[in-house]
Design a protein around this ligand. Structure first.
Ligand code: HEC
Length: 153
């Protein structure tokens, strides 16, 4: 009787929910793929710096990739999706301007690394890599779930 009485409503609602969840999955996957690409470039930069190998031009290209990727973040995160297999905190959308200001910071710091990357001044380059890494950390600390609560756990 419950089924007859409940009727189509709950079924439709459930269908809508499932469709919605499926629709959002690519949004999460896209922004994570974008972040992974940024992470890959950052890892490459660290390897070059720590081992002092490869032409400096390689480092500059990785920094340029990060600078380019910073233009993707705003649109990648525009749609609010904070449930599912994601580490994005709802705070991103309630504090959108701060989020964007850190994107700008990352853009500036990676741009500076592009500028000085071939200078041969290893000390300044290392400092600039650290400044760039701080911009990542600033956003992750504020807008990303801590490791212990990550969807990866
Ligand atoms: C403006 C904010 C912001 C900045 C700047 C930022 N990130 Fe992220 N990053 C995020 C958020 C939010 C997530 C979680 C995304 C999700 O799970 O949906 C994330 C996730 C990641 C991930 C994990 C992706 C995965 O596999 O799930 C890596 C790696 C990463 N970021 C690297 C970096 C590096 C390296 C930098 C700096 C060069 C950086 N990020 C700068 C916000 C930012």
């Amino acid at each position: 009787m419950g089924i007859a009485k409940g009727g189509v409503g709950p079924v439709l609602m459930l269908t809508a929910f499932i469709t919605h969840a499926q629709t959002n999955e690519h949004v999460i996957k896209y922004r994570q793929a974008t972040m992974k690409a940024i992470g890959g470039n950052m890892a490459a930069i660290s390897l070059i710096i720590k081992n002092r190998f490869l032409p400096q031009q390689n480092l500059v290209e990785h920094a340029r990739e990060i600078q380019g990727a910073s233009t993707l973040i705003e649109s990648a995160f525009e749609q609010e999706v904070s449930s599912g297999r994601t580490d994005a905190l709802p705070k991103i959308w309630s504090d959108w301007e701060s989020f964007l200001s850190i994107v700008k910071k990352m853009e500036e710091e990676s741009g500076r690394l592009v500028e000085i990357g071939t200078s041969g001044d290893l000390k300044s380059i290392t400092q600039q890599v650290k400044a760039l890494a701080r911009s990542c950390g600033k956003c992750h600390k504020r807008f990303r779930k801590p490791k212990a609560k990550s969807y990866k756990q």
